[in-house]
Design a binder for this molecule. Structure first.
Ligand code: GLC
Length: 497
């Protein structure tokens, strides 16, 4: 494979010695994250942020030797690839296939990242959305187990995230369960979003997924293969990214058909709220902002607001509250509610800023609205990390009315920048935002309930003193990984008993 050839300098022996020297202390437990994406290398959403920041937080405790394995997608930037070390290659069987698997590694902030290289599967733009995604992630999952003997590295806990890594847990407890070295590895499966389950035709069971017939019952669900169901069944524990979501997915409304499986396995379910990278999202140091400020001195937030208004061609009025949304423009993010009442909101003295891409229907709707209300609404139908931070810091109110939200990171980021969130009480939004303590909430998925709360916030905004206190409380809410890393720690130790 041509990928990162220039770095092919290190030998297999080095790979083994590096890993061995890290794991001599028996009290240090070895955790291996298996996921499809991780910051800073490749990110399409919140999953990547969690993998990148949780792995570091766990490693910082010094109680764990943390490694992460992801595919070597061709979208991983050259600036990173050039630093990766080539450890060697093996061939991996997936049913009748026998495929090349190159292994690269890179150590960042104490965490060892492994990258699985195969250009046939991963040299494509983006991460997902191909007809053979099932095969691509089956191959990836198989590689995760096959590289263990190569690296001479067997984790105590293999922590798999979302359906793309589900097969790693399934293979561990099926095809590999009679191999001695694998017998003490515990599997934890984390659901970041139950909507995406990895469902395939049962015809593919042996031929593509390489699952032996006797294990069919583990992955079969409602006449299909369901990889998320399989991982729930096979893992010692499974978890969600907020406590509330762990409760919600027992109900049909949230579970996208998996409620029976969740309920049956409830005894091994735990909800742990995500944290955020509070160093990366820090209003005092973030270089993307027009000006930096602190929760004790918000005066420069006014500069951020003014410059944002200027950049987006909105009137530079400091007293008009800016309501922002940084979101994928899809229905479950609550856009049906927004489109139902936004024109009523725009009757007030407000400005609305939208950032994100998604369904053509919503993209067109907001573009049209911006044309009709040029002085009040700015629609930025792009994915732009720099602009997102300028919006988080320059606006006053952040709207996130999701229909369901496993955790959600944006409401926490908004808080960190002193922007007060309005959220619907669901999943991680419920767990992270408390009414009047650090934001506004509404219960029912109802556009006029949301409108009522938006109007309440607009009215409260006029009371400068009280609003400043609310901003301060929002900006000082502890969203660091501290608490959650402890919860994961407890969960891992419990699994290893
Ligand atoms: C998924 C969820 C989101 C969560 C993120 C990280 O993207 O939809 O709510 O914050 O994963 O766990």
């Amino acid at each position: 494979m041509a990928t990162a050839k220039s770095t092919k300098t290190t030998t297999k022996t080095t790979a083994k010695t590096t890993k061995k020297s890290q794991t001599t202390n028996k009290n240090i437990k070895k955790i291996l994250f298996v996921a499809s994406e991780s910051t800073p290398f490749i990110a399409t959403g919140g999953l990547a942020e969690v993998i990148g920041s949780l792995s570091k937080a766990l490693s910082d405790t010094k109680k764990f030797d943390v490694s992460v394995v992801i595919p070597l997608f061709s979208d991983i930037k050259r600036e990173y690839r050039d630093k990766f070390t080539y450890l060697g290659n093996i061939y991996v069987h997936l049913a009748w296939r026998n495929q090349y698997c190159g292994i690269f590694s890179y150590i960042k902030d104490g965490v060892t990242f492994y990258f699985i290289d195969n250009e046939y599967y991963f040299k494509r733009p983006g991460c997902y959305g191909y007809f053979d995604d099932g095969e691509r992630f089956a191959f990836f999952s198989k590689c995760v187990l096959e590289i263990m003997p190569f690296l001479n590295f067997y984790p105590d806990v293999m922590h798999c995230h979302d359906w793309q890594a589900a097969l790693a847990a399934i293979y561990l407890k099926t095809n590999y369960c009679f191999r001695e070295e694998y017998q003490f590895i515990r599997a934890l499966f984390t659901i970041h979003n139950i909507e995406y389950q990895g469902q395939y035709s049962l015809d593919l069971l042996c031929d593509l997924f390489d699952i032996f017939g006797e294990y069919r019952y583990l992955v079969e669900y409602k006449d299909s293969i369901n990889l998320m169901k399989g991982a729930i069944e096979c893992s010692e524990r499974f978890s969600t990214v907020s406590p509330r979501y762990a409760q919600e997915i027992k109900e049909a409304y949230f579970a996208h058909g998996l409620e029976d499986i969740v309920r049956r396995n409830e005894f091994k379910l735990k909800g742990i709220l995500n944290g955020i990278d509070d160093v990366g999202y820090n209003c005092a140091t973030d270089s993307h902002l027009f000006a930096n400020f602190t929760p004790d001195d918000f005066s420069n937030k006014a500069v951020c607001k003014k410059e944002l208004q200027k950049m987006l061609s909105l009137p530079q009025n400091p007293d008009t509250p800016i309501i922002s949304m940084v979101s994928r423009l899809v229905s479950h993010k609550g856009l049906d509610l927004v489109t139902a009442v936004i024109e009523e909101v725009l009757q007030d003295d407000v400005q609305v800023v939208i950032l994100g891409t998604g369904d053509a229907h919503f993209e067109g709707y907001f573009r049209d609205l911006a044309r009709r209300y040029p002085n009040k609404l700015s629609a930025n139908i792009v994915f732009n990390g720099d602009l997102s931070r300028k919006i988080y810091s320059g606006s006053d109110i952040f709207l996130m009315p999701s229909k369901s939200e496993p955790c959600g990171l944006s409401q926490m980021i908004a808080c960190r920048y002193g922007t007060v969130p309005i959220v619907r009480e669901t999943g991680g939004l419920y767990d992270s935002i408390k009414p009047l303590e650090n934001g506004y909430t509404f219960t029912n998925y109802n556009a006029h309930d949301m409108l009522y709360v938006i109007r309440q916030a607009i009215s409260d905004y006029k009371n400068k003193q009280e609003w400043a206190k609310l901003m301060h409380r929002a900006a000082t809410t502890d969203f660091s990984w501290g608490h959650s890393a402890k919860d994961y720690e407890a969960l891992y130790y419990d699994m290893l008993k």
